[in-house]
Structure formats: structure tokens, C-alpha cells
Design a binder for this molecule. Sequence first.
Ligand code: FES
Length: 115
Amino acid sequence: MKRRTTEQRERLDAHVFVCTTDRDSEYACCHDAGAEETLEAVKDWLRERNAFWSPIGVSTTGCLALCSEGGTAITIQPHNEWYSDVRPEDVPALLEREFGPEASRVDDEPPEDRE
Ligand code: FES
């Protein structure tokens, strides 16, 4: 086992986790609500600002317990921000709110009043 916290802390200021859970069930899942398209929208927005993967990581994740037919669940850490019902067209406003228009606000704490 290697502890790699220091190098990851130096590379990453934030991490966007996009739920892509797919399940054969009567319950809603993010895959069926367009998670792959939303994931691509997140990556594209960050790539366009040269912020993809460093300093802002993106990973798929399992169920975040925010399942909805209306869209995908996303959490942004360490901001401890949580979203559900995210559609691809919501991504630019969501990421701008979190990171600023040029994805340069990665070191800042998110404002408390971001409802
Ligand atoms: S399936 Fe995505 S939050 Fe539950």
C-alpha cells in the first residue's frame, strides 16, 4: 500500500463525482436519466477551460442516494456540494457557480448562500 495524499493534494483542488449507476429496477437511476451525456458535458466544460483532471478531477461514482428520473446526481468535493436532477444543459451554470466562469475559483470555499 502507498499513501499518495500529498501528490494528490498538490494536483487536485476539487473533484466532481458524477453518478452513472445503471440498474434493472423499478427505481430511477442516473444512467437512465442521461448520466453519460451529463458526464461528457462536465468534462467538456472543464476541458474548454484547461481545468480537466488538474486541478479539477472528474470521476464516475455509484449511487449517491439522490436518484431521480429528472437527471443525474453530482457531488463536488471538498466543497460538500450535492446536486440531483442535473441535465447536460444545466452543467455550465452548475460548474460556473462552483468554480467561476473560467474554472479559476478552485481554491475558494464556496459561498454559503448558494441555493
Ligand atoms: S442512481 Fe444516481 S444517485 Fe442513485
